[in-house]
Design a protein. Structure first.
Lengths: 107, 107, 107, 107
């Protein structure tokens, strides 16, 4: 079953600018081949349970390599028989409103 | 101080399709005039503390009007002297990687 | 309407040990007079919407006083006509199982 | 490396009372043998990365068996060389304040 997983991973104790660590995660996400969208507060990826959690595990390993403390927040949304939800969830809200919104889908 | 606030608000007990309720929140967000980005797992808005939390409070009132139970997750990121972070946080990660990513900023 | 609000607030860039900052938040929570429970990953408080968010706002002000970047995650659970949920939600799960669990309610 | 994992898993579309589903998760958590604490907004467990995520995966399988849509929020806190943090993080805040608090540790 495909799930949507949103996550945000941050080192504590490496200063207040952490984009170089976030970049490492995005490298891993892209290399996974899974569809994803980056936004200002995290990244949403879509895939099978084991696939998406394997990405999170590898991002954690890469960050833990030189960061002693790491925090991560994750949200999961799973729905039977539904795929392509990275796009369709946004479109569904737009359809209800009858107009496009400022979104990950380029509107 | 401007903050980034990401939130996702969902009624429990109104069935598994909830986009008509999410649409109500997006109406309120747009009417606030604050800059925002919708993605598949929530919405990120940027503004002063009181402004962004007032939006969340009004979304909760609108959803509670006909939903007996409502859950909401919120994340805040505040940084002194920083504005325009809805865009700049994504760009900063892209600069570290030297390439554009699939993001809310249309890449 | 009484709501449950769980939150966790952390400074970025103040080192990996942050309990002195968390202590400041607990001081504010206790002084509010609202019922609360601290656990290893955050604090749950119960009160009216404006009351609980005022506590979060004041915790953020206290932390921002000497921390340039602050992150915070919040979860809300609101249910019409329900109070005392700090205790009753745990008890309800225990009743379903027919035994006590390791919990904030001292079991 | 031992990590703290907090999670909360909820079915959408199964009505507004969901404690019977949460009880199923607590059964799985207890059977895992990992140390845990239940509170009003979720459960915190402590263990190796693979152990704690295996618990979450099995809770999701158990809930998905008869729930078409499931949402889950997870938070991770990992710190090198630290164990027993289910208790020590609460105690550390209490030491900073010089008094006991209302917490999962029975104060």
């Amino acid at each position: 079953m495909a799930v949507l997983l949103e996550f945000s991973m941050t080192p504590l104790g490496e200063g207040e600018s952490v984009s170089q660590y976030v970049a490492r995660s995005l490298d891993i996400i892209e290399a996974s081949g899974l569809d994803y969208r980056l936004h200002a507060m995290g990244t949403v990826i879509e895939g099978e349970w084991d696939e998406v959690f394997d990405v999170v595990r590898r991002c954690h390993e890469a960050m833990s390599a030189d960061c002693d403390r790491v925090t991560c927040s994750i949200k999961i949304d799973s729905r039977k028989g539904a795929t392509g939800r990275l796009t369709s969830k946004v479109k569904s809200v737009e359809q209800k409103l009858g107009r496009t919104l400022k979104s990950t889908e380029g509107s």
